[in-house]
Structures are given as C-alpha cells and as structure tokens.
Design a protein around this ligand. Structure first.
Ligand code: BGC
Length: 764
C-alpha cells in the first residue's frame, strides 16, 4: 500500500474517533479540530488537543513501554500482538514504545505499520505513538543497514563531517520504517578509561565532543531526504554520567559543580544550540542524589538556567531504580513523585505500568497537580507535532533501496579509515611493502562481532553468524588487500613456541596480532583491571620472541593497558570499534592505501593506578613528579603511555611561523593566530591541527591546556598551508564558576599549535 492511500484510509477513522466523547455521549467537538490542522501553529494545536484529553490520556502520554510487551513472542523476532497493543492503548493510553532487534526493514515496517494503525484506532483522539530506539552508530537495530564506527572512532577522526554523516545516514536508513526518535548522540565526556561506555563517547575533550555532537544532530534532524518525515534526536545522559568513582557503569559520581559547568555541560549546550529536541537523564547519582530525583539538575539547571524546552526522558526503568537500586524512595509511588517533581516528562518504564498507576494515584491524592502533568504532556505533544507525526504517522516501504546502499557504506568506510590511530611505527615497518607472507593471530583476527562492538544488532551484539556475510573480517580484508601474499592464520591461541610454530613465524615477513575486546554494553562491560587480558599479553610476547616484527592492532572500546608489551612490538594501531567497514579500513592502513590520520580522542594510560586527562590541573602532578616544572609545555608529562591528540602518519608535518595579530586582546575584540603547516614527507596526508589555549593564572586553577579549535586538512608532499584561529574572549577566554557564571580574568594566555606557542595578554 502506498503512503497516500494509507493516509486517506486514516481520515474516516480519526473523524469517527473524534466524534465520540470520553463517556460516549454527544459529540463535543463537531468541527474539524484545530489540532488536526497542519497549518495551525504548533502551540495552538498542542493547547487544542490538551483541553480535549482526560487525565488518564495525559498520563498515558508520559509512558514509554518496551516492544516486548506488544510482541507475540517473549523474546526473539519482532512479531506484533494486536490485542496487547489494544490493551495498552485503550486502557493505558501509552504514548511511546521503544527498542527491538535487528530484523530486515520490511519486517520493521510491518511491525510499526500495525502498531501505528492499532494505536491510532484505539486512541480516542487519534494521537500517534512515537517510537524510540538506540541506533547509536548507524541504524544498528535493523539488519541490512550501514554500520558506522562507534562514537569514540568518530572522535578519533577529528573531523565532525563524519559525525554529521553518521547522523544523516542513520536518519535516511531508519525514518521510513517509523523509528522516529533516536537515543543518540551520547554526549557524555570520555574521561574515565575503565568505564565500559567510553566507546559510546566522542572522547575526553568538551570542545571536540561539542563539535561532534552538534554535527550529529544537524545531520540526523536536518536530513531533508527523509521527507515527509522528520526525526528527533536524544542527547544522553544528562549530566556527568561518565566519571563514576569506581569506574563501573551506573555507579555514583562525585564531581564539583564548577567541573560540571566547565567540562560536562558544554556538549549539551552545543546540542541545544543545534536544535536538540530531547534529553535522557543520567542513571547514576551525582554528589549523593540520583539525577532522576534531582530538582537541582533537571529543573533548576536544565529548565530554568539553560532554558531547555524539549522532552526529558528517563533512562531504562530509572523510576523503579529509585526504589530498588538507589534506595532513595520507599515505594514506586514515592519514586514517581520524586522523579516527576524533579522534572522528568516521560518514563521509560519499560516492562510494566507502575508509572502510569502511580502517577494517576498521585494525581487523585492531590499530590501532583494537573498543571504539572500538563507541562510534560505539552512538551510531548509538541514533539509529536514538530516531527509531523499527526500528518505522517505511518511508515513506508517504497524506497528501501536506500538502506545499506553503497554510497552510505562508503561514508562509513571513510569514517573508519580516518579513525585509525597509528601510535608506534619503529623503522617505518608500516605500511607493509608487498609482504609475501603474513602471520595473523589474536581473537579479533577473524571476528566480525568484535569490530562492531556493543549496541549492534542487539544490546550486547550478536553471535558471529548473525553478522552480514559480506562484512569483512580482518582476515578476509587482508586477503583482498594483499592478493599475492600468503596469509597464515593462527586460529588457536599460541601458548608455547613449538618448533612448528617457530618455523611458521620465522617464515613470515610480519606478524599481525589483532587483539582487544569482545562486544559489551553498559554495566555488562564492567571490569576490575584495565590491563589487556593476560592471555593476549602472553601471546603477543610469545610471538614477538620469534624475532619476526609484530604489528599490534587493538580492536577495543577503551584503551586496554599494554605497558608490558609495547616495547616488544614494532608497530601499534589503536583501531577502536570501527564498525562493519572497519576491517577494510584496517587493511587499507596496513597496506598504505590509506595514510592514517586518526588521533587519540582519549589519553592512553600507562599504569593501572594513575590516569590523567590531557587537560589536567598543574597540581595533579605535585607528589608524583615534584621536579617537573614543565606542566605548561607537556600534554603528557610521562605518566601516560600516549596523550589525547597523539597519532602518527606515514608522512611528516612541520609546524612553523606561529603568529599572533596582536599581543593583546580585550572583551568584544579578537586576535588571530596563524600557523604554517607543511607536509615534509613523501606521501600526501591529513593532519588534524589542534589549537590549544592555556590560561596561565586563574583563581579557579586552570588546566595545563584546553583544546579550543581544530581543523583537519590534507596536504600533498611539499605543500604548505597557513591556518588560522580567531581568538575571541567571549568564546575562549573565560571559565565558569560553580554557579555557571562566566569569569573573565585579566592575564596571560598561551596559544599553541604543534610544538609552537605564543603568549598574549587578555585585558578587560
Ligand atoms: C541506556 C541508555 C539507552 C536505554 C534504552 C539504557 O540502559 O543507559 O543509553 O538509551 O537503555 O535502550
């Protein structure tokens, strides 16, 4: 059925429903209601609909239910049970559903088509449902789609264009099946390397995360090719989720308010500026209070101070967790009271109707007013109107050829290529020049699932055989890249250097060890030791003892510590989680078809017991390294293996002639820094130029450096280009106090590019 015939079929249904009042008596609203007029202002449509709704219908809109409650099977395929939908809409007026699993687009289409039809038939006022899903790196909850690298790799590209593409392609490949609302981007700051959700972040720097998040939202929400649909993105997890004291997911965070304003908030502000429509709340507690029960964060900060007008959604069952996880509420009703008075609009329940029952009870007891419920329902309805759900509630299946197209996959491949971070390359072992014989070993050598990581096909990833057959593993990609080479795979873990193994290793030109991590998501990925697992370290050491040079290639969601083995390998590539096109990208870098240009988006620890972000405070090294007077010069004072921004190329770049247009700048003015970059090597290459500022003296101690601007450029061998950075006090020379007020302090600043720096003075 085409889209237009679907819509025509809908009109009589809505008309009939509208002519029936809640009690079934005389029609109350005989005229075509204003809320159905697509030309009326959204605010008017919202108010017109709101006054027609019963309290039960309003509360229903605030509920989000998991797909398993409307599925015919307990687990497994998307197989809708219409009776279950009818019950949830007729009796609970549920406004939103979520989640699912990776079935083909046509199956998703049928599921959402039926869900929408039944929901609209059963909803007295014909209010469409909004469907939410975690398509966090491409439409990853559907099969046959394009799967991008995870956010940590997009951060490593230092090129927001790739994040824009990820958002754009995700919208293109999921809008038609009726996935209206994507729980991405993740705007948490990747500051804690052991936290299992590090790979979902863009990295540790607020400026870079802001740029990537903004690009994603613009790509996803502004994609015109999905017309007539529009979509909503959801930034998560507000706020300060990413730095738990224990490193374990969803556990408590202790962080100063000044740091929240300076580090954790900027990405959310940039997202709001880009038109962000919804926010998901941090599921842990910050400074002792679960954020889901925090009036301070959800109302005072997010609404009153930042002026956010979109929908605030809970995370998974977080109202319930106020009772049985945080133990801050004695029962579900109290938890509902806490969360709603704190400021949530919609509860991702998701497996029961406790929130609906509790909120109705609180209303009837006079503890939560209709005005408060109206505030949230207004926002939810506005979202539904803004994305055109009333006009275009049904999915369509007439342009599925765009899903997983070669153009889209090419975009994912380019992102994966630019996300490869080469960190060691002794004697220019890489690129491999016409190798005749490669030994390939390690747990990621022939694995598809490891390349894609968590949140792919399902929450924790899938069994190996569920991944597309045309997706390369590192092994098959190497076969394609080096068609004349013999590639000898060591499939079982090598534990001793037997004569036979020794002979195999000696015969090879190079050993590629593909190690790292298996897929995990959220708390399932909690670990007690960030060191690369012992079995892998031992195997690398064993293979290296053969004397044949080793390339260490880690496919991993976080920087697993390799201090004990890094000296034994000649080359090291941090490949992150590069997605479905990742193996090809890796092979391209190994062969030199692609010159690596990724840079570390997070610092790489050297020790299990000590970790510094690159923008550490001078005093953080006082006891560890009392003689070090060079904080202002060193992004990595020796306590990290590699720092944020590190990464090698097959060419060399020289920075020269760093200039400032003036040695002084005042509020309302700007000065321009410029630097010349020259490709001094033999091959073309891309270089992310990272501009840092240092505020030399600050009353609130200042980081040793802060990224304030970046730009990636391509240069041919011998080519030079001059790059500039306009320094504006209102953008870059202030910091927030613990209430979020901007502090401008007169004094000296340093601007840096490469190893060069210049000093200037800020005077008010
Ligand atoms: C995660 C969110 C996710 C949600 C829905 C939660 O457990 O923390 O990031 O969007 O589940 O799947």
């Amino acid at each position: 059925m085409t889209i237009s015939s679907r819509l025509l079929g809908l009109i009589p249904i809505i008309a009939t429903l509208l002519l029936t009042s809640p009690s079934g008596s005389e029609p109350q609203y005989p005229d075509p209601p204003l809320y159905l007029d697509p030309d009326a202002p959204v605010a008017d449509r919202v108010e017109d609909l709101l006054v027609r709704m019963t309290i039960e219908e309003k509360i229903g809109q605030m509920n989000q239910i998991n797909f398993s409650l409307i599925n015919a099977d307990d687990m497994g395929i998307i197989n809708i049970d219409e009776e279950k939908v009818k019950n949830l809409i007729r009796n609970y007026h549920v406004g939103s559903f979520i989640n699912g699993e990776a079935v083909p687009p046509q199956q998703w289409f049928e599921f959402i088509d039926t869900l929408t039809r039944v929901a609209m038939e059963e909803s007295r006022l014909g209010v469409p449902i909004i469907y939410g899903i975690d398509h966090v790196h491409g439409a990853s909850y559907m099969s046959e789609t394009t799967i991008f690298p995870h956010a940590i790799n997009l951060g490593a590209t230092f090129e927001p264009y790739h994040s824009h593409n990820a958002g754009w392609v995700t919208a293109l490949e999921s809008a038609d099946v009726g996935h209206h609302w994507n729980f991405a981007p993740t705007l948490d700051l990747g500051v804690n390397p052991i936290w299992p959700r590090l790979y979902e972040t863009y990295g540790e720097d607020p400026h870079m995360v802001s740029a990537m998040g903004r690009a994603y939202i613009e790509g996803y929400q502004n994609n015109q090719e999905i017309y007539p649909y529009r979509l909503a993105s959801n930034a998560k997890h507000f706020i300060a989720y990413s730095d738990p004291v224990s490193g374990w997911d969803k556990t408590q965070v202790q962080v100063g308010m000044q740091q929240i304003y300076e580090l954790h908030l900027p990405p959310f502000l940039a997202a709001m500026d880009a038109g962000l429509k919804t926010v998901m709340v941090n599921s842990s507690e910050v400074n002792g209070t679960p954020v889901h029960a925090s009036f301070e964060f959800l109302t005072e900060m997010l609404r009153n101070q930042l002026g956010f007008e979109g929908v605030v959604l809970t995370d998974w069952d977080e109202v319930g967790k106020l009772v049985d996880f945080h133990r801050t509420a004695k029962n579900y009703t109290e938890a509902t009271y806490m969360a709603v008075t704190a400021g949530i609009d919609m509860s991702m329940n998701p497996l029961n109707l406790n929130f609906y029952d509790s909120l109705l009870e609180l209303y009837k007891d006079g503890r939560i007013s209709e005005e408060r419920i109206d505030e949230s329902v207004r926002r939810i309805l506005r979202l539904k109107f803004e994305i055109g759900l009333f006009e275009n509630p049904f999915p369509r299946n007439d342009r599925f050829d765009r899903i997983g197209s070669s153009e889209n996959r090419q975009k994912a491949l380019e992102a994966a290529r630019e996300s490869m971070v080469l960190l060691k390359n002794t004697n220019s072992l890489l690129p491999l020049e016409d190798p005749a014989h490669i030994v390939l070993a390690g747990p990621s050598a022939n694995s598809r699932r490891n390349l894609a990581g968590g949140w792919t096909l399902a929450w924790q990833g899938r069994e190996e055989e569920r991944y597309p057959e045309d997706m390369h593993t590192i092994y098959t990609a190497l076969q394609q890249e080096f068609p004349d080479a013999r590639i000898d795979v060591i499939s079982d873990r090598a534990e001793t250097l037997t004569p036979e193994l020794s002979e195999r290793l000696h015969a090879a030109d190079v050993i590629i060890y593909a190690g790292g991590e298996e897929p995990y998501s959220e708390f399932v990925g909690n670990i007690t030791d960030l060191t690369l697992p012992r079995a892998q370290r031992d195997e690398v050491a064993l293979l290296a003892s053969s004397g044949t040079p080793v390339v260490l290639l880690l496919v991993q969601g976080r920087p697993r510590i390799i201090t004990g083995i890094i000296d034994q390998v000649e080359a090291f590539i941090h490949a992150g989680l590069p997605g479905f096109e990742g193996a090809e990208a890796i092979a391209n870098v190994l062969s030199g078809a692609v010159n690596p240009s990724g840079r570390l988006p997070v610092s790489y620890p050297k020790f299990t017991g000590h970790y510094l972000n690159y923008n550490y405070k001078p005093s953080e090294l006082y006891f560890f390294h009392p003689d070090n007077q060079n904080h202002l010069e060193e992004p990595n004072p020796g306590t990290m293996l590699y720092s944020f921004g590190d990464g090698l190329s097959y060419t060399t770049f020289e920075y020269s002639d760093l200039q400032l247009s003036s040695g002084k700048v005042a509020e309302g003015e700007h000065i321009t820094a410029s630097v010349t970059l020259t490709n001094t090597g033999d091959v073309g290459g891309k270089e992310p130029v990272l501009w840092y500022l240092t505020n030399v003296i600050g009353r609130v101690s200042r980081p040793v450096r802060e990224l304030k601007h970046f730009e990636k450029i391509y240069l041919e061998p011998g080519q030079s280009e001059t790059l500039t950075f306009e320094i504006r006090p209102e953008q870059s020379l202030w910091y927030p106090d613990s209430r979020g007020n901007r502090v401008f302090e007169e004094g000296d600043f340093l601007v840096r590019a490469g190893e060069l720096y210049r000093r200037f003075r800020f005077e008010k």
